[in-house]
Ligand binder design. Structure first.
Ligand SMILES: *[C@@H]1O[C@H](CO)[C@@H](O)[C@H](O)[C@H]1NC(C)=O
Ligand SMILES: *[C@@H]1O[C@H](CO)[C@@H](O)[C@H](O)[C@H]1NC(C)=O
Length: 358
């Protein structure tokens, strides 16, 4: 811990003394600057001013230190990385890319019944008829990973991925559907300021369908509802179903049948900087992000030879909407049946799952 206290005054001198003022090459002796600039190139990041770039470099530096410290401790087989969110503080990250539940409302943990334990609800039933692993991507039921951008529209992406899934399973065609129609036209939700997947399903039921991504492309911001497109539906659903809360076995049965929308706590730095492996937390059950479970499985051992991962570790395959450059090509594998048998599931994944009916 002596290192940070030694480093900090040095940083202050650099910033106050303006040694890093443009041109940036004045700081070429700072190895982090070079790494930061490579990272900026990789993610196409540009800043409006030298001051902003300098500020972002310091945030990036702190995040990289966090990543290296975390990875050196070998936390249970998953890794952190300087993801595309590595120039954001955790507070900025949380404000940017979540969106489950309308903002301003707090405490939507909506744990309907946390008294149901795994043993009560699940193990008594027989789940031996279910396959040991399911991956709806391999069956062509999952569209490429999308990017919600700087908009709290995760709820739309989560619901759309579940509808794309059931439509492919029922009709044999993978049709990419419009999140923007939900953002603009679902008046119950508040667009980029958040919403619930259940509201998205209800909108599609009432509207008798949803149009395609191509017909109503994603903009990443609130817009006026393009009403002529409301009746240009490509896919419709007959209803939706909530999975029994706090039952990972019931979630397993649902996912074996189709991709399922879930809500999780994705607000912590370990989500922000997730770089691959079976994610084991830490996180809470305070739901703030909508994602879609598109499969489940179990690790076979150290298949990738990177020294990480424990054989026989059970996981959910979770599709996120932060672009393909985050996590495992846009996905995160989240520990299933976490040690201690948390009925809510890791990050509350089993608290509020739902899926569309067709
Ligand atoms: C869709 O709605 C528009 C008006 O917004 C109308 O002109 C058009 O005829 C409708 N099309 C169908 C197929 O109902
Ligand atoms: C599903 O759960 C949500 C949240 O508890 C609730 O508002 C909704 O009415 C439920 N929907 C169905 C179809 O049971």
């Amino acid at each position: 811990m002596a290192r940070p206290s030694l480093l900090l005054p040095a940083l202050l001198v650099v910033v106050v003394g303006g040694v890093c003022a443009a041109p940036a090459s004045a700081c070429a002796d700072d190895p982090m600057l070079e790494r930061f600039q490579q990272w900026m190139g990789r993610h196409g990041r540009l800043y409006g001013s030298t001051g902003e770039k300098r500020r972002r470099l310091e945030v990036y530096r702190r995040n990289v230190e966090l990543v290296e410290q975390f990875n050196s401790m070998g936390n249970g087989g998953y890794k952190l990385a300087d993801t595309k969110f590595a120039d954001l503080t955790n507070e900025e990250f949380r404000a940017k890319v979540l969106g489950f539940g309308p903002h301003g409302r707090t405490g939507h943990t909506t744990a309907p019944s946390t008294t149901t334990s795994l043993v009560d609800s699940g193990m008594a039933e027989d789940y031996s008829d279910l396959p040991k692993s399911v991956d709806w991507r391999e069956k062509g039921a999952v569209a490429p990973v999308k990017n919600q951008g700087d908009c709290g529209s995760c709820w739309a992406f989560s619901a759309v991925a579940a509808m794309e899934g059931i439509n492919q399973i029922k009709n044999g065609k993978l049709v990419s559907l419009s999140e923007q129609e939900l953002v603009d036209c679902d008046t119950e939700a508040v667009g980029c300021a958040g919403g619930y997947m259940s509201w998205a399903f209800e909108f599609v039921m009432k509207n008798r369908g949803l149009t395609t991504e191509r017909n109503y492309p994603y903009q990443g911001m609130n817009g006026n509802c393009q009403t002529p497109k409301l009746n240009q539906s490509a896919v419709s659903i007959s209803g939706y179903q909530n999975v029994t809360a706090s039952s990972e076995p019931d979630l397993l049965r649902a996912v074996a049948a189709q991709p399922v929308s879930v809500a999780v706590d994705a607000g912590s730095f370990v989500w922000q900087l997730y770089g691959g492996g079976v994610f084991t937390g830490p996180c809470t059950a305070e739901l703030n992000h909508g994602v879609t479970v598109v499969g489940y499985g179990e690790t076979q051992g150290d298949a990738d030879g990177d020294g990480g991962g424990t054989p026989g570790q059970k996981y959910w395959i979770v599709k996120n909407s932060w672009g393909p450059e985050w996590g495992e090509a846009g996905y995160i594998r989240m520990q299933r049946e976490a040690a201690g048998g948390v009925a809510d599931g890791l990050c509350g994944i089993a608290l509020l799952p739902s899926y569309p009916l067709m």
